[in-house]
Ligand binder design. Structure first.
Ligand code: SAH
Length: 364
């Protein structure tokens, strides 16, 4: 049932011969009370409940491993079946709690600085698995802290910045976003649900028509030559096309700005000339820039730009009128930082093969 947004849940109870209000009752149990046991949903008519048990279930991802970092960041490794796993990360802050969720097991996009890319693509997560992550995190954290699922102090923000490319799993991601935003669902404001994409341009146009949420884009380079090396999808959809899609997205949605993510790679994209070019690209545009210190992982040749270089880069951009923030790296001691999620129980040989076949299809 966690895979069904309101309209689908209504259709489902309709098929069972019930009125739409049953769907609202169900959502109340699922999302406000955090009840996963149909038998315990006591205000549903007995007959309806009995039939529901035979036709539906509330299934949530199984936790393989939980890690808590010294800064309070938590990472859960979740069972994806068949020896596969995916990860989600909770980042507590003074005034908010951000849940970073996965949309796929692995990823096919092959960004050269991302650890998830190394394991290749395995499969799309279902809507129920995507929503199930948020449901599960609420349940676990709520249990520890004595809060309810519907208590919006636990998870105030949801970001699709875990494993996978959400726009490559459009079909399952969009209904999940609907449930996050629905006031009968998790009731999170549209500015606090962020989809981060590497830049699958046609899907950005499609997204603009389907849901209303914040958009983040992994830019990482100020020109096509460099971006194509770092983010291979750029060979298919270049920076100019990508930016046009972003501005269209904002127009359609009445949004304020797009956040552009920029990973800071020592000697690769962090020089003064890159800042100058980047400023030219985004000046006077509805854009925010988020600099992400590179998080290393085994086998990578990239190095994180030194702190001083990051600050100089930021200042250079700010002087040119851009709005820039530097992402605070969290959960480093448990490999929970951006780009470090790799679903560690996976069988690399099998995944690698999957990646090769799929990667070729993507580029063709
Ligand atoms: N596929 C989506 C979401 C993935 S990750 C996307 O590409 O946007 C969220 C962010 O972390 C992206 O901006 C991604 O480029 C960045 N990232 C990936 N690997 C990283 C690493 N090793 N260090 C820092 N950031 C990284």
């Amino acid at each position: 049932m966690l895979g069904l947004p309101k309209a689908d849940l209504e259709a489902f109870v309709g098929e069972m011969g019930s009125k739409p209000f049953r769907a609202r009752q169900l959502m109340n149990w699922l999302y406000k009370r955090g009840e996963g046991d149909i038998a315990a949903m006591t205000d549903l008519a007995k007959d309806f409940r009995a039939e529901l048990v035979t036709r539906a279930e509330v299934s949530v991802p199984a936790i393989v491993k939980t890690q808590v970092a010294s800064d309070g960041t938590r990472k859960w490794l979740l069972d994806g079946g068949g020896g596969q796993a995916y990860e989600m990360v909770y980042i507590p802050e003074e005034d908010r709690g951000t849940l970073c969720i996965s949309s796929q097991v692995g990823c096919a996009l092959d960004c050269s600085f991302c650890s998830t890319a190394q394991q290749g693509f395995n499969r799309n997560l279902t809507t129920a698995e995507i929503v199930g992550q948020v449901w599960l995190a609420h349940k676990v954290l709520g249990g520890e802290l004595g809060w309810q699922v519907g208590d919006n102090r636990i998870i105030t923000n949801i970001v699709f910045m875990g494993m996978g490319e959400p726009l490559a799993n459009f079909r399952n991601v969009v209904p999940a976003i609907r449930i996050f935003l629905d006031d009968l669902g998790f009731d999170i404001s549209r500015r606090r649900v962020t989809l981060s994409t590497s830049g699958i341009v046609p899907q950005i146009y499609k997204l603009a028509e389907e849901v209303n949420c914040a958009l983040a884009v992994s830019l990482h380079a100020p020109n096509d030559d460099l971006r194509s090396q770092l983010v291979p999808i750029n060979r298919k959809h270049n920076i100019a096309e990508l930016l046009e899609a972003c501005w269209h997205y904002l127009d359609e949605q009445n949004g304020r700005s797009v956040t552009f993510e920029y990973v800071m790679l020592d000697g690769v994209n962090d020089q003064r000339e890159h800042a100058v070019e980047l400023a030219r690209l985004l000046k006077d545009k509805p854009a925010k820039l988020n600099l992400i210190p590179f998080n290393p992982f085994p086998g990578t040749d990239y190095r994180r730009s030194p702190q001083i270089a990051i600050e100089k880069f930021r200042d250079e951009l700010m002087q040119r009128g851009l709005i820039v923030t530097v992402r605070k790296t969290r959960g480093e001691d448990i490999d929970a930082a951006c780009g470090q999620l790799a679903g560690q129980v996976t069988d690399r040989t099998i995944v690698r093969l999957g990646s090769k076949t799929f990667g070729l299809q993507v580029r063709a």
